[in-house]
Write a protein that binds this ligand. Sequence first.
Ligand SMILES: Cc1cc2nc3c(=O)[nH]c(=O)nc-3n(C[C@H](O)[C@H](O)[C@H](O)COP(=O)(O)OP(=O)(O)OC[C@H]3O[C@@H](n4cnc5c(N)ncnc54)[C@H](O)[C@@H]3O)c2cc1C
Length: 320
Amino acid sequence: MRAFLADPRTEVLGSGSNILILNSPLPQVAQITAAGWQALIVGEQVYLTAEAGLGLDALVRETTARGWFGLERLAEIPGTVGAAPMQNVGAYGVQLSDCVTGLTVWDRARARMAHWRPEDCGFAYRDSRFKQEEPRWLVLSVGLRLSTRPPADWPPLSYPGVHAAAEAYSAAHDRPFAELTPADLAEIITRVRRQKLPDWRNPPPGSAGSFFQNPVVPAAQASALRDRYPQLPQYATDQPARVKLSAGWLIEHCGWRGRREGDAGISAEHALVLVNHGHASGAALWSMAQHIQRDVLAHFGVPLIPEPRLLGAGERPASG
Ligand SMILES: Cc1cc2nc3c(=O)[nH]c(=O)nc-3n(C[C@H](O)[C@H](O)[C@H](O)COP(=O)(O)OP(=O)(O)OC[C@H]3O[C@@H](n4cnc5c(N)ncnc54)[C@H](O)[C@@H]3O)c2cc1C
């Protein structure tokens, strides 16, 4: 097993929801199937360890059903716990890194185990040291800290669509906002996501969710874009000189929403979602994605970075 993992041709996969295979088949694949989890409750804190093969959504359901706060806004994101730190999965204003206490990893280059603290992980928006140094690190388990007590800003409803869905949910269940539980929030988020994202449990269409990261640009460029396009959604980041733009808006305003070329297309519900309606090849999907990148760059001067991992011949150098 050590030699198999040390071989750079071995691709580690979770559930395969965030990859695009350019040239199939993959030579050899490793997948972690251990899917247990355990928790220790100390006062209001819940210290939890989950193994890499567990589904992230399954963990969200388990923890929110127990009334633990922390993971509810990550409901309905496909994939495994082990893959989640790679791009620091996030949604609706939270990221996995907000509750990570540490990780146990296997170093494929040196064939040894390591334990990482959150500050070692290089977590950032849709990024981490694991992603930067891929394929060196194999995530074996993730430690998280949740809480039995709601945070000060509970319930978190500020995102577009979430507030309206919460109003409908509260009215239907006769429950005021302040009494919404973590499981209620997970259900509200699930409803919002199902309205605009393909059902990852039942393809087609297949998708990798958002195909591009929301671009983070210098504040001066964002300001110039705001003058020309006042409707372009812009979000503050934790760096004052950098502003995050809506990639979906940029793509939609290049006319891509709902477009289809053979079985490759852009979702009609969400311009950020590249979809496979049936038998589009990885190469055809990537060709469309590159076309979109060129259009957005030409129209707005903004480069788009793909979010999924591209797998294919010559895609990355051999590991050490
Ligand atoms: C419909 C849809 C909606 C989505 N919505 C969101 C969203 O809201 N927010 C978000 O952040 N993401 C979202 N995603 C992306 C996806 O859910 C995440 O990237 C998820 O973490 C991928 O998990 P996976 O197990 O399928 O990983 P895979 O696709 O199998 O692998 C992804 C990468 O992680 C690596 N990897 C997998 N497991 C391990 C491990 N144990 N150790 C080391 N490396 C590993 C793989 O080598 C690969 O590079 C969405 C995807 C879809 C299809």
